[in-house]
Design a protein around this ligand. Structure first.
Ligand SMILES: Cc1cc2nc3c(=O)[nH]c(=O)nc-3n(C[C@H](O)[C@H](O)[C@H](O)COP(=O)(O)OP(=O)(O)OC[C@H]3O[C@@H](n4cnc5c(N)ncnc54)[C@H](O)[C@@H]3O)c2cc1C
Length: 455
C-alpha cells in the first residue's frame, strides 16, 4: 500500500486528521480539490466573521455620539473590505498547507475519488491506502424554484463585485440571519423571507423571539411564513414571487436554504460505503462507515456541522489510529454561536427539548445593555438558564446580546461538567457585566414540562 492513511478533503476535519496522523509517524496522503482549509477558512466561519465585524463599525460610529464623540461616518468601501478579507484568507490557506508539509504528509492538489475499497484516483493517478478518511464537507444548495440560478448562494456572497443596495435573503438558518446583519450593517435594505413563524428553527424559542425583535430593530424587513415560488430578472432588478402572488423587487436574491453533503461522484458505491437518503455518509460512534477501514467525519456526515466538531473528530481519529490514545468525541453539550447582530451563544438543551424529559425551572432575564443606556440604540440582551428540576443541573444556557459567543464558551465548561443551579448561584459575578446575570438569576420565570412528566 502507498499510504497508511489517505484523507479526501483538506478542510477543518481532513487537515487536522492528516496533520496529527503524520505527526504520529503514519504515511499520510491528503487531497484537496479547491482550497486548503475548506469551507470554514475560505467561504465560512472566518470570512463571515470578518464581514460581521465590518458591519458593526457603522453602528459603533453612530453610537459614539452618545458618549460625546463627533464621528462623521463616510461611505463604506466594499471592494477594500473584500480585498482585505482575501489577503487574510490567502495567509490562512498557506498556513494550512505549511502545517501539512511540516508534519510530513504528501499533499495532492487534485480531486480524489474512490475506485475500490483501498484504491483512489487522485487527479488521474491511482494510489492505494490501508485506511481512508472521507472529509469532503458539504456545499450550499439553493431552492428548487424557476429562476433560482438568478440568485446567489453563500459561496458567492464572499466575492460580490459590489455591495447591493437591496438584498432579499431566503431562509432563516444561521447563515441567513448572519448575512442579514452583515448587509444591513453595511447599509443595504434587507428582506428576510422564510417559511417558519420565527427564524432559527431548532433553537430555543426565547432566543428565536429575541432575535426576530433584534432583526426588526435593525431595520430588517421580516417575512415569516413565506414560500418563494419563482425568481425573475427585470433588467438589473430581481423580482421574487412568493406566497399567493406577492412579489418583492430587489437587487440581489441570496438563497441561504441549506447545505448538502459532498458525496456525489465520489465512488462511494464502488468502495461499499453507504449514505442516507440525503447523501450523508453513515458512521458509527467511532466514525467508521459501512466499510471497516473507511472513516468519515465533519460535514459530510451531516450530524453537527461545526468547525470545532470537525477538527475534534479529525484529531480524535488520528490519535485513535496512530497515537495509542483511542477516544471518541461526544456531541452532547456542544456550545455554538450565531453571529447575528447582536450575536447568540447557546449550549445544551432548549427549554422545549429539556421539557420533553420532565419538569424544568426556567430563568429568563431581558435588559438594555449598559452601553445602550447612553447610545439610545434599541438593543436588548436576553439570557436564560434551563434547569432540570429533579437534579437541579443546568441543562441549557442561551444568550442573545453583545459578546454572547465569548461568554458561552466559559459557561459551556460548567455545563459539560454538570454544574447545578446552586453552583451558578455560589459563583460571584464580575461587575458591571452582562455575563454576571448568569450567576444572579434568583427568581424563577416559569416551570416547563410539568404536563409531560405527569403523563
Ligand atoms: C457561511 C458559513 C458560515 C459558517 N460559520 C461557522 C461558524 O461560525 N462556526 C462554525 O463552527 N462553523 C461554521 N460553519 C460550518 C463550518 O464551515 C463547517 O462545519 C466546517 O468547515 C466543516 O469542515 P469539514 O472539514 O467537514 O468540511 P469542509 O471545510 O467543507 O472541507 C471539505 C473539503 O473537501 C474538499 N473536497 C470535497 N470533495 C473533494 C474531493 N473529491 N477531492 C478532494 N477534495 C475534496 C473541499 O474542496 C473542501 O475544501 C459555516 C459554514 C458556512 C457555509
Amino acid at each position: 500500500m502507498d499510504f497508511d492513511l489517505f484523507v479526501i478533503g483538506g478542510g477543518s476535519a481532513g487537515v487536522r486528521c492528516a496533520r496529527i496522523a503524520a505527526g504520529h509517524g503514519a504515511r499520510v496522503g491528503i487531497a484537496e480539490e479547491r482550497f486548503w482549509g475548506g469551507t470554514c477558512v475560505n467561504v465560512g466561519c472566518v470570512p463571515k466573521k470578518l464581514l460581521v465585524q465590518a458591519g458593526e463599525y457603522g453602528a459603533w460610529a453612530d453610537d459614539a455620539a452618545g458618549f460625546g464623540w463627533t464621528i462623521k461616518k463616510g461611505p463604506h468601501d466594499w471592494t477594500k473590505l473584500i480585498a482585505a478579507k482575501d489577503r487574510e484568507i490567502g495567509r490562512l490557506n498557506s498556513i494550512y498547507k505549511r502545517l501539512l508539509d511540516n508534519a510530513g504528509a504528501s499533499i495532492f492538489e487534485a480531486r480524489a475519488t474512490l475506485v475500490d475499497a483501498h484504491t483512489l484516483d487522485v487527479g488521474g493517478k491511482h494510489v492505494t491506502a490501508e485506511r481512508i478518511v472521507i472529509a469532503t464537507g458539504g456545499h450550499p444548495v439553493s431552492l428548487a424554484i424557476p429562476g433560482a440560478e438568478l440568485g446567489i448562494i453563500s459561496d458567492d456572497a464572499f466575492y460580490l463585485p459590489r455591495m447591493p443596495q437591496r438584498v432579499a435573503i431566503v431562509g432563516s438558518g444561521y447563515i441567513a440571519v448572519e448575512f442579514a446583519g452583515i448587509f444591513a450593517g453595511l447599509g443595504a435594505h434587507v428582506d428576510l423571507i422564510y417559511r417558519q413563524p420565527l427564524p432559527l428553527r431548532g433553537f430555543d424559542t426565547d432566543l428565536r423571539e429575541s432575535l426576530a425583535d433584534a432583526l426588526g430593530a435593525q431595520g430588517i424587513s421580516l417575512h415569516p411564513g413565506c414560500h418563494p415560488t419563482k425568481l425573475e430578472a427585470h433588467g438589473d432588478e430581481r423580482v421574487l414571487s412568493y406566497g399567493e402572488g406577492q412579489t418583492l423587487r430587489t437587487d440581489l436574491v441570496f438563497f441561504a436554504t441549506g447545505r448538502s453533503p459532498a458525496t456525489k461522484g465520489l465512488g462511494l458505491e464502488a468502495a461499499g460505503v453507504t449514505t442516507n437518503k440525503d447523501g450523508a455518509v453513515l458512521v458509527d460512534h467511532s466514525l467508521r462507515t459501512s466499510q471497516h477501514h473507511i472513516y468519515a467525519m465533519g460535514d459530510v456526515t451531516d450530524r453537527l456541522n461545526l468547525t470545532p466538531v470537525a477538527t475534534a473528530e479529525g484529531h480524535a481519529l488520528a490519535d485513535t489510529l496512530f497515537g495509542k490514545n483511542p477516544r471518541a468525541i461526544s456531541l452532547r453539550n456542544v456550545p455554538t454561536a450565531v453571529f447575528s447582530t447582536p450575536p447568540i451563544g447557546t449550549c445544551g438543551l432548549s427549554e422545549e427539548q429539556a421539557a420533553e424529559h420532565g419538569p424544568v425551572d426556567v430563568y429568563v432575564s431581558k435588559f438594555t445593555p449598559m452601553r445602550h443606556t447612553l447610545t439610545g440604540r434599541a438593543r436588548k440582551t436576553m439570557l436564560k438558564l434551563v434547569v432540570d428540576q429533579a437534579s437541579q443541573k443546568v441543562v441549557g444556557a442561551h444568550m442573545l446580546g453583545e459578546d454572547a459567543p465569548e461568554i458561552m464558551q466559559g459557561l459551556a465548561i460548567a455545563i459539560v461538567m454538570g454544574a447545578t443551579k446552586a453552583d451558578f448561584d455560589r459563583t460571584i459575578g464580575i461587575h458591571p457585566t452582562a455575563a454576571e446575570e448568569f450567576v444572579t438569576l434568583r427568581t424563577r420565570t416559569r416551570v416547563a414540562g410539568v404536563a409531560k412528566a405527569a403523563e
